[in-house]
Design a protein around this ligand. Structure first.
Ligand SMILES: Nc1ncnc2c1ncn2[C@@H]1O[C@H](COP(=O)(O)OP(=O)(O)OP(=O)(O)O)[C@@H](O)[C@H]1O
Ligand SMILES: [Mg+2]
Length: 528
């Protein structure tokens, strides 16, 4: 009989740990429609806080979130600003360099610990007495490209951060970012009269990357991945980079580089000002646009010492004020938007029936209008931007958790086994892998090692049989049933193959070539 933890869980918390910004949201199970996104961040920030950490010379954590980027610490020396550390989990991307002695796992764990402290504090004030480790289900969103190993690292970091008590804790589950975004927008998609089998594209415009994934709507509000996920580095922070290029033209590229190298906090402060007063309000329409005067003496006085020659003369003439006009802002957005449009175009199929825009950069009215202009007519204007696209993922994560049946542990109803070949008994021997009545926890694994039996064996078959008895002699005994089978190629007969079964919501069977590490996977239904 399966015991679900659902009876214990009172509150579901979604955590969106983003490359540039992070946040969390929560809802009580008795009130599933009231999903609250945390809006109480230290120092500044509406619904999100930067994914940033500030360490001192001895790698002691000083600040996290917005205060880590700008403000109070600016005068101290030898500080380490750590950003973009989430990218360390993706092998194909150029990893940010961390100071010697600080591993990316420590940075992620430190950040999650701070986020966790804030979650615990918020929940305690909302529902005093709520038991965090027994009554709260955490749903962490991850990029679609994360594999099981990467998710295992995130789990380890969550454990180090004190978000869970044991590594296998069923109180922490994962969902992908596009999945969560789709779940959040499901009801609105229905208003677009999407039918079963129709496909739609999720465009997640974040800070670092823009990620696309195309999903097919299945029966019962289920989703299927249609095209492999695709992404590129053209998120909102690239508009900030264009702003720095623009500034470089006014004060000299070198001056900007020096501030970036020596006064990182000051540079970040100036970028925040730019975002707040220029980037975020920009609509792409000249009506109502007010040019912005960036007063360097006020916003970034340290830059003055690096401004030389003709740049200095001109800046003195202008009293150190850089005026940003409409066309300047548009040319900061345009190269980034062109890249986004191209990325979408490359994945856009004729059968794509709708599009949803999520992520912080999708808040931009200018970006929204450019995407709608380009693709709207081709899809009957079914381009949906949810209210607050920035928090669509984290809200979807909460909805995912609220609808999840989570099984803590269960007692197996069947005995599971596979075929073994024995010279004395023939090639249909039942080899028991796990006996009925055994208690298994979620994601528990049982494994056996198999080797090819004959010299010229090119393939090895792996199958899974069940019986309601404690054991069986042969796989064709009347009480034994075949659950499924698959075979793998073996390049030579020296190979040893590790066959494991992992009991999650279904049984995941994996055959791993021990020497090459190559893996073959399939899933079988788990009848409990
Ligand atoms: N109203 C707005 N207009 C323009 N850009 C905005 C607006 N609001 C937020 N942004 C930008 O959105 C970006 C952050 O997006 P988001 O919070 O989705 O990032 P993230 O999840 O950390 O990124 P990633 O998905 O790459 O991990 C930042 O560059 C921010 O400046
Ligand atoms: Mg994101």
């Amino acid at each position: 009989m399966a015991k679900t933890i659902n009876e214990d869980v009172r509150v579901v918390v979604g955590i969106d740990f983003g490359t540039t910004f992070s946040t969390y949201a929560y809802a009580h199970k008795e009130n599933k429609n009231d999903i609250f996104v945390n809006d109480d961040w230290p120092f500044y920030g509406r619904y999100k806080t930067p994914t940033a950490l500030l360490y001192d010379e001895q790698l002691k954590l000083l600040e996290w979130g917005f205060p880590a980027l700008a403000g109070r610490q600016r005068k101290k020396k030898n500080l380490h600003w750590i950003e973009l550390f989430k990218l360390c989990l993706i092998k194909s991307i150029k990893r940010p360099t961390l100071p010697p002695g600080l591993s990316f796992k420590t940075a992620i764990s430190d950040y999650l610990r701070k986020l966790g402290d804030s979650i615990k504090e918020t929940l305690e004030s909302r529902w005093p007495g709520l038991k965090f480790f027994r009554q709260v289900l955490l749903v962490l969103t991850v990029p679609a490209e994360y594999d099981n190993n990467t998710i295992a690292i995130m789990r380890e970091c969550a454990l180090n951060a004190g978000l869970i008590k044991t590594k296998e804790s069923p109180y922490l589950i994962f969902t992908t970012e596009p999945e969560a975004a789709s779940i959040h927008c499901m009801r609105s998609l229905k208003e677009y009269e999407l039918k079963i089998g129709d496909s739609f594209m999720v465009v997640d415009c974040g800070g670092g990357t823009v990620d696309l994934s195309t999903k097919i709507l299945l029966k019962g509000e289920k989703l299927k991945e249609a095209i492999e996920q695709n992404g590129e580095e053209c998120g909102g922070s690239f508009v900030d980079k264009e702003f720095l290029k623009f500034l470089g033209k006014k004060v000299g590229r070198l001056a900007v580089e020096m501030v970036s190298k020596k006064h990182y906090g000051d540079l970040q402060y100036m970028i925040q000002e730019f975002c707040q007063f220029v980037k975020i309000p920009f609509t792409g329409k000249s009506e109502g646009f007010k040019s912005y005067e960036l007063d360097l003496e006020q916003i970034c006085p340290v830059i003055k010492q690096y401004v030389i020659n003709e740049y200095k003369e001109k800046m003195e003439e202008d009293s150190w004020v850089v005026t940003i006009e409409f066309n300047d802002v548009r040319s900061m957005f345009d190269p980034v938007i062109e890249k986004i449009l191209k990325l979408i175009q490359n994945q856009f199929g004729e059968d794509c029936s709708a599009m949803i825009l999520v992520g912080g950069f999708s808040e931009s009215k200018y970006l929204q209008s450019r995407i709608k202009n380009e693709f709207g007519a081709r899809m009957n204007n079914k381009i949906y931007v949810p209210p607050q696209p920035m928090v669509a993922i984290v809200k979807g994560a909460v909805k995912f958790g609220l609808n999840q049946e989570v099984i803590a542990d269960r007692i197996l109803k069947w005995t599971y086994g596979s075929t073994d070949i024995r010279t004395d008994l023939g090639n249909n021997v039942f080899s028991r892998m796990i006996k009925k009545g055994t208690r298994v926890s979620v994601d528990e694994k049982v494994s056996r090692v198999y080797t090819p039996v004959s010299k010229d064996q090119m393939k090895m078959g792996f199958d899974l049989y069940t019986t309601n008895r404690d054991n069986a002699d042969f796989c064709n005994d009347p009480h034994v049933n075949l659950l499924g089978k698959f075979s793998i190629n073996v390049p030579d007969n020296d190979r040893a193959i590790l066959y494991s079964l992992c009991f999650g919501t279904e049984i995941q069977a994996t055959a791993t070539d021990i020497e090459s590490g190559e893996k073959y996977e399939t899933t079988f239904e788990l009848d409990i």
